[in-house]
Write a protein that binds this ligand. Structure first.
Ligand SMILES: C[S@@+](CC[C@H](N)C(=O)[O-])C[C@H]1O[C@@H](n2cnc3c(N)ncnc32)[C@H](O)[C@@H]1O
Length: 355
């Protein structure tokens, strides 16, 4: 059982320093100049004032930075990240002080003892949308029930890979006693396995919020006896052999250190070799190893290396049984700018067996 103190949450900023103030009707230029100098700007009156400052910050950056290629978009986002995180909001008694602000349940859950501090506006926006998703739940096409992603936990926003997995499960003929899922996130793949009559799933995640969130979500229901969780790297404490091992790993190379969510997106140099080596000893002789992946890193020219193909060529541990691919609809992209590479994006399901 992991304790709530392990939950990853925005670090409260203590009160004390004097700040630049931004209020309704104020000129945005001095505020943006202060941000550029690395000084914080406090929004004191209305929540909307903060949102309009963010809007103007975007306008300012668009005029000053190129934002077309994948690399430029990345640089644009990190500059926006740097400046917008200097915009502060004040929290007193677990409530935002600005008027007409959303009420965010995480403030009470995460900071029960801290009655006066600041958070940055993007942190508040993140907490706010996460609270909506958590409270309202998210419908996933292949699942009967909604999932309720906990703050800071990855959840899917496109579903093609889940459809691939669902089809694979429909045609799976092996035993369904036990499975292991690495990196359970908010639980979608494990819930699919349970829906397809797997009796028990042993799951891990390196992100405490994923484990805390699912533990809370399952409570003492029947589900909590079907999915057992462990906070840990790769297989964590699970060293039993199973007939199915599933991993939807991060799809992009590079180790970033912003937040927990990045562990869901970026993999480091050793993740795949460590995973395949450990999977070799956990997979039953007739078992299947299923990985979900995508050509995202390749079509964005981040790398031409494909870690699963590499394992098949060099690992000497597993062979390919089937690989299914499905193109991701370009229409799901919010931004027109992204579409030139989104258009050729494909998700992949790799089913491997022992050599
Ligand atoms: C792309 S997300 C997939 C989440 C979920 N399985 C799904 O399909 O929606 C990858 C997940 O793996 C977790 N993860 C990343 N590195 C890990 C590691 N070394 N050990 C265990 N989990 C890891 C991340 O925290 C994240 O929840």
């Amino acid at each position: 059982m992991i304790s709530n103190s392990e939950v990853k949450k925005p670090e409260p900023i203590s009160i004390g320093k004097t700040h630049n103030i931004f209020n309704q009707g104020a000129d945005v230029e001095p505020a943006i100049q202060a941000l550029e100098r690395g000084e914080s700007v406090l929004v004191r009156e209305f929540y909307n004032d903060g949102l309009s400052l963010l809007h103007d910050l975007h306008k300012y950056l668009k005029l000053n930075l190129p934002n077309t290629s994948y690399k430029e978009q990345h640089e644009y986002r990190s500059e926006y990240h740097r400046l917008s995180n200097l915009i502060l909001l004040e929290i007193v008694d677990q409530q935002l002080c600005v008027k007409k602000s959303p009420s965010i349940g995480w403030l009470e859950k995460f900071y029960p003892e801290n009655n006066h501090f600041f958070l940055t506006l993007p942190q508040i926006q993140g907490l706010n949308s996460a609270w909506q998703w958590y409270q309202n739940g998210i419908s996933i096409p292949v699942l009967r029930n909604k999932v309720h992603p906990y703050y800071g936990t990855y959840f899917p926003t496109r579903f093609e890979h889940l459809v691939l997995f669902d089809n694979w499960l429909k045609h799976y003929k092996g035993l369904k006693k036990t499975a292991i899922e690495i990196g359970i996130g908010c639980g979608v793949l494990s819930l699919q396995m349970i829906q397809h009559q797997f009796q028990k799933v042993y799951a891990t995640d390196i992100n405490p919020n994923a484990i805390i969130g699912l533990t809370e979500f399952m409570g003492t229901t029947k589900l909590s006896r079907k999915i057992e969780l462990d906070l840990g790297h790769l297989f964590g404490k699970w060293d039993n052999q199973t007939e199915l091992i599933v991993f939807n790993p991060p799809w992009m190379p590079g180790a970033h250190d912003f937040s927990n969510i990045d562990d869901a997106i970026y993999y480091n140099k050793t993740l795949f070799t460590d995973f395949f080596a450990a999977a070799k000893t956990r997979l039953l002789p007739e078992g299947k190893l299923v990985l979900i992946f995508s050509n995202l890193a390749q079509i964005t020219n981040v790398t031409q290396e494909h870690p699963i193909e590499r394992e098949l060529e060099e690992g000497n541990r597993f062979k390919l049984e089937r690989c299914f691919k499905k193109s991701v609809s370009a229409a799901s992209s919010k931004s027109k700018r992204d579409q030139y590479w989104r258009a050729s994006e494909e998700v992949e399901l790799w089913a491997l067996t022992h050599i």
